[in-house]
Unconditional design. Structure first.
Length: 238
């Protein structure tokens, strides 16, 4: 909170050491802290985006490749380092998350500067899968509004990474989400090709997408044509 306060007051030089200390306390494994540290450095000295700031952002995006702030600053860092291809990749991924229009316009402008045309929103029949997510009354008392909420779509018959991911915060609950082709992890994935999908909603205490003991979750099996899905988060990862 002290670091955030310094940033909000424009005291970036004082914010950076605070985030550096928190980063030490979290063993450099908290993506939100890594991003906040990199942001404070960049706001004080943009050149940091080609040095320590870049290292922090790369690590944060390894931990959480869908973090919107990480993708924004990661794109800026890549552009500052002359890697326009990586910048475009990160900003295109950010646009998939349907960010606020002001941010989306800024991202499109940056893509245009490096000669990349932003991909248009993907339209699909039926508008995707409607998922209504809520948390049980028993667990709601333990949930902080700043905790990260993930919705994953998985192939129930296969291991490996999820097919698609949507990211929000727990403070948005109860929440109605459209899980669509725009949320897929790989361009080769087509959600409509799957007759069944395992939908998992998880509230992450650490902010990381990987399940950790103490995280809250709920899951349901979706079958094509079954309509809107109600998904209640009512279990704890052991």
């Amino acid at each position: 909170m002290l670091g955030r306060s310094y940033v909000s007051m424009g005291r970036f030089e004082e914010a950076a050491p605070v985030f550096a200390r928190v980063n030490e306390m979290t063993n450099g494994e908290d993506s939100a802290v890594l991003i906040a540290y990199a942001e404070s450095l960049a706001l004080f000295d943009r050149a940091s985006l080609t040095g320590l700031g870049a290292e922090l952002l790369d690590k944060a995006l390894t931990i959480d490749p869908l973090d919107a702030r990480g993708l924004w600053w990661g794109g800026v860092s890549a552009m500052e380092s002359g890697d326009d291809e990586l910048a475009a990749q990160r900003w295109q991924e950010l646009l998939k998350q349907d960010p606020p229009e002001a941010l989306a316009n800024t991202v499109r402008e940056q893509l245009s500067r490096i000669g990349v045309q932003a991909a248009p929103p993907i339209q699909e029949a039926g508008g995707g899968i409607s998922v209504r997510i809520a948390v049980s009354d028993e667990l709601a008392k333990q949930v902080s509004p700043n905790m990260v909420l993930y919705l994953f779509a998985r192939d129930p018959g296969a291991a490996g990474p999820p097919l698609a991911v949507v990211r929000h915060v727990a403070g948005d609950l109860p929440l109605a989400v459209q899980l669509s082709q725009s949320n897929v992890m790989l361009a080769t994935t087509v959600l409509a090709d799957h007759d069944e999908l395992q939908l998992v909603a998880r509230i992450s205490r650490s902010g990381n997408p990987g399940a950790q003991p103490g995280d809250f979750f709920g899951e349901v099996l979706y079958r094509t044509g079954s309509g809107a899905v109600d998904l209640v988060i009512d279990e704890v990862v052991p």
